[in-house]
Design a protein around this ligand. Sequence first.
Ligand SMILES: C[S@@+](CC[C@H](N)C(=O)[O-])C[C@H]1O[C@@H](n2cnc3c(N)ncnc32)[C@H](O)[C@@H]1O
Length: 401
Amino acid sequence: MKSLLILGRQPALGLAELESLYGAPALVSLGDQAVIVDVEASTIPFYRLGGATKLCSVIHELDTTDWRKIEKFLMQAAPKHAEQLPEGKLTLGLSVQGFTVNIRQLEATGLNLKKVIRRSGRSVRLVPNKELELNTAQVHHNKLTSPMGWELVIITDGDRTVIGQTVAVQDIASYTYRDRERPKRDARVGMLPPKLAQILVNLAVGPLAEVPEPAGQVILDPFCGTGVLLQEAALMGYTPYGTDLEQRMIDYSATNLDWLNQQYRLDLPADFARLAKGDATNLVWEQPVHYVAGETYLGKPFTSAPAAEALAQTVADCNLIIKKFLRNIAGQIPSGTRFCLAIPAWATPNGQNKFKLLPLVDQISDLGYNRVSFEHAGDDELIYFRPDQYVARQLLVIIKQ
Ligand SMILES: C[S@@+](CC[C@H](N)C(=O)[O-])C[C@H]1O[C@@H](n2cnc3c(N)ncnc32)[C@H](O)[C@@H]1O
């Protein structure tokens, strides 16, 4: 049984995350916004994926992209599926990607499905579509992943069609809660979104089939700030180890981690995290460190397009600090240690999706590391950015030689 995942706002990040965890051969892209993974949905730890919004199990693959034929197939399959569900009222939802159907046609298919299911003696409610795809809030609100819910996700890439049944959606409320409600926040050091922190951890850890279970595995964030990455690592079951130049940040991380431990009832001992003040360019870290993940120093937080000189100065400052850090830690960790660092990149005015990158990106092997590239996402696509921001984050995955 295969899985179908709907990717988030920047699909390349979700593809790299899944490739990191399951390997390139397990993935087949389906259109621009979805991917099939050759792994059973129930084995995917969906809660720890930052780059996918919906998890479905594939129920059928069809050689056609003709909507009428797909509808015909669904009309035959739906009553049989309904028979297997517990007694009671069924809630049906439909989401499509890649078809030229409009909402009215989709609604007509939904009503036809409702009719055939009713004819088989079941009562059923259809969730109305405002868009061609139901969003995660609608799936959640209508309990479409519960035993009495049934969301069909129908996606074509122009050659074939894959039909999936949704089994989980991203828990937006929980992401928002741990982002906004943690007791210590600091706009000056930036706001690493929890979903991006999860992607960083998943890119740092690598293939799940080849690495130990999280318990007892230490993830170091040497620029930990208020501890967003440490929080996400702890929720996944890793041992968080944070260091930062400023004592205030260490205190913030400690408060935030205690809060997380209580709010999420993790039942971890009071000293579950390792935290220490230190300059990443010369600190000696306590061993063991199994993975390194974090958002480095990002330089000046520009709120408008920076002047050329100011930008050149920030690029030079960040490049120097991060290079010194990479040289410093290289001598302390075993070869094969994998890192994922979010380093700064700057939106340039000359065209969309063009970024000024740090010079060190081209010197990775001279610094004693090998760059990890992905088959399903280009190096230049691994840049997290929001159109209203000037400072983007390039995700750099490297392995100590
Ligand atoms: C962009 S912030 C990281 C924010 C973090 N992801 C969070 O959850 O709040 C960068 C952090 O690097 C720290 N920093 C700057 N230079 C450093 C250095 N040389 N060594 C260690 N930390 C440093 C800053 O104090 C700041 O907290």
